[in-house]
Design a protein around this ligand. Structure first.
Ligand SMILES: [Fe+2]
Ligand SMILES: [Fe+2]
Length: 320
């Protein structure tokens, strides 16, 4: 498994994505028709941005891979990124103090009051709701650690070594069968769901696109390395306990061992990863570059805030 051929551009969600995907597929010699088109709404903007970012990951079978660095496409991407980043920064609620870093950071994450999908799965969700959740989460889980991999060459010695220790686990510690994205793919298959990369992209709500796009934006811009690592640290720090609740909920509903195994792996692994990400990766980053403290918290807030909005959208959809 791993790379699954046959990934095509998603369904457009508005005027911009419609014109953009058509131009990408036909390798338009004139890009004028795409530049300057305003997105109809957030959904249109976010699916366009997600598709542009994918040129840097797996690409699409119906798009020439040479377009990855097409200047007009980078221009469209920038026009979409600027208001997106500004909106995320407007929502950001900074901590009063930022040191001592690890203690303040763990408190900041613990005090963020968000809705929990894992708690709902644990006690209340039915099997169809869980299957829907797994399918929309697949957009993230099938590329789990890839947005953090962009960070590696941008760091100094100590945070670089710690990030690689964490990533080594995420990528299976040398064993393709232990690679987290692959474990999730096997879990999807055992549930009778599609495991192809991006297979559910046309079904996901805008909140899922925002979560994935924020990670790609933080990962792909060197200037946002603080936000990328803060996001990673907040993600790891809010994974172990919810993963346990997912295990209990999946078990309650009789889901297959493969998908339960994915979450069991994260109960153990992320209890270690949160310590590594906060106490070593971010801490040593800030030792080397203290001016990045606010961006680390901005990234952490964005992770928690987007997850809260995603959870809210799913729970409202289920009228839960
Ligand atoms: Fe993982
Ligand atoms: Fe992890």
């Amino acid at each position: 498994m791993g790379y699954v051929p046959g990934v095509l551009t998603p369904k457009p969600r508005g005027t911009l994505s419609d014109a953009l995907f058509e131009a990408m597929r036909t390798d338009s010699s004139s890009w004028d028709g795409v530049l300057g088109i305003e997105p109809d709404h957030d959904d249109d903007a976010q699916i366009a941005l997600w598709t542009l970012y994918e040129l840097h990951y797996r690409g699409f079978d119906d798009v020439d891979e040479a377009l990855e660095w097409q200047p007009e496409l980078l221009q469209v991407r920038q026009v979409l990124e600027q208001p997106f980043e500004a909106r995320l920064r407007e929502r950001y609620d900074a901590p009063d103090v930022t040191t001592p870093f690890a203690e303040v950071f763990f408190d900041y994450v613990a005090n963020h009051d968000g809705r929990s999908l894992a708690a709902f799965v644990h006690r209340e969700a039915d099997a169809d709701q869980v299957r829907e959740l797994l399918s929309v989460r697949s957009i993230y889980h099938l590329k789990e650690s890839d947005p953090s991999a962009w960070l590696v060459p941008r760091l100094s010695t100590a945070p670089q070594a710690a990030l690689m220790e964490l990533q080594y686990d995420e990528y299976g510690a040398g064993d393709p069968n232990r690679l987290h994205a692959h474990l999730f793919a096997r879990g999807l298959e055992a549930c009778g769901l599609r495991s192809g990369y991006g297979a559910y992209i046309d079904d996901v709500p805008c909140e899922v696109l925002e979560q994935n796009n924020a990670m790609s934006m933080f990962g792909l811009h060197r200037r946002l390395r603080g936000a990328a690592l803060g996001h990673l640290a907040a993600f790891e720090a809010t994974s172990s306990m919810p993963s346990r609740r997912m295990v209990q909920g999946l078990d309650r509903l009789g889901f297959p061992a493969e998908i339960i195994g994915y979450y069991e792996e994260h109960v153990e692994a992320d209890a270690v990863h949160e310590q590594l990400a906060v106490r070593v990766v971010c801490n040593s980053l800030l030792d080397a570059e203290p001016a990045l403290a606010d961006d680390v918290y901005f990234g952490a807030f964005t992770c928690l805030d987007l997850e809260d909005r995603f959870a809210g959208a799913m729970l409202e959809g289920w009228a839960a």
